[in-house]
Write a protein that binds this ligand. Sequence first.
Ligand SMILES: NC(=O)c1ccc[n+]([C@@H]2O[C@H](COP(=O)([O-])OP(=O)(O)OC[C@H]3O[C@@H](n4cnc5c(N)ncnc54)[C@H](O)[C@@H]3O)[C@@H](O)[C@H]2O)c1
Length: 452
Amino acid sequence: MRVATIGTGYVGLVCGACLADFGHQVICIDKDADKIAGLSRGEMPIYEPGLHALVHSNVREGRLEFSTGLAGAVGQADAVFIAVGTPSRPGDGHADLSYVYTAAREIAAALDGFTVVVIKSTVPVGTGDEVERIIREARPQADVSVVSNPEFLREGAGIRDFKHPDRIVVGSEDERAREVMAELYRPLYLNAAPMLYTRRRTAELIKYAANAFLATKITFINEIAELCEKVGADVQEVARGIGLDNRIGTKFLHTGPGFGGSCFPKDALALIKAGQDHEAPLRIVETVVAVNNQRKRAMARKVAVALGGDLRGKIIAVLGLTFKPNTDDMREAPSIALITALQDQGAAVRAYDPAGMEQAKRLLPDITYADSAYACAEAADALVIVTEWEQFRALDLGRLKGIMARPIVIDLRNVYRPDDMAKHGFFYHAVGRASPGSADALDLFPSRIAAE
Ligand SMILES: NC(=O)c1ccc[n+]([C@@H]2O[C@H](COP(=O)([O-])OP(=O)(O)OC[C@H]3O[C@@H](n4cnc5c(N)ncnc54)[C@H](O)[C@@H]3O)[C@@H](O)[C@H]2O)c1
């Protein structure tokens, strides 16, 4: 089939390259001329494992092209994917749909013959109706069907997720459009990935409900982690103890500095706004967002406590800046709130990230960037692990201790074992696991202790 994708970001590029790999003829379109020029030279605009090789092979085999103009590509396409950004609208938190609607107008002008317009971007319920209205207003005679097909891939594992999805959600009641979607995803159907056909509005809501539920799971375990620290329990064992219950599941029960990224924060906010607009408030999601926002900054308090309460003049080494490993995406990364809070308390911050430093420099211009984990730790008063990149999981602890001014590690991802760290002479502070011998591991029964 012939496919055009509008928007060549994390989703549009992965989606376009994977569909080409399935054997379809794909043109990826983006307004950003630099991005398209780079892609045409074989340079990837984002860091995504496996993407470079996938794009190369499909370009070489003539199935994948790039363009800044959509006229010809859309005219010839059986399916046009809208994969443009839907960021939070400044001021009110609603999803900013201006990119989607602009794309819809541009598509309308270029349609020729029966075309399925597939909304891949994450959009509030009813956006498909509005996209259809925009297209029909501009081209009343156009033979078009607007479908919702939300994307569930995770950055850092995008290609695998696209090719091995848990499910493919197709929101459309139009039989012709469903046939086109089935044909596009046929290779996955053969892999037994379930296709879930729903009404368009249902599909739109599935995406937001899924992200809000996952954000809730993370926030739940983060609050349990806080309690673990107070009562001397281990959050990882609690997570395993509850996760082995099939009704709960083990995924998304890893405590950390709070969720971030390009999706969960903005999608949770957009869902809250939709709930308010429709007089169906989503109080659980509202609380999740509030708790998460406080948590990111509160992580700086953890660092201050580890250093005896005063951060002024201290050098803090931060390992990991991106919101998760295997991506260069800095959008809403917890590191931003944490580092800003450390700076507010007078600390000097030095950071290292394997892929995110270029993007980080725009958001965090006032920190020093190191070119390795060890250069980052040199003479530092404390080391904070913020993102669990693979290469931070097996640091040479002897070397690390030798180069730091003080052997203090605050591990916000629970990468290390407390007993190992103690053996190497570190003062080690994890999340949701009381440090052995530290004051927060004790004092369980203050009234009884007082009475004794
Ligand atoms: N990033 C993820 O992990 C992820 C996962 C699932 C869903 N989503 C959703 O997918 C959508 C896209 O996300 P992303 O992270 O890929 O965004 P992104 O910001 O990385 O990319 C969007 C691209 O669209 C381009 N663009 C905007 N308007 C255009 C137009 N009219 N014509 C051509 N190009 C245009 C921009 O130049 C940009 O390159 C969002 O709605 C997001 O919520 C993202």
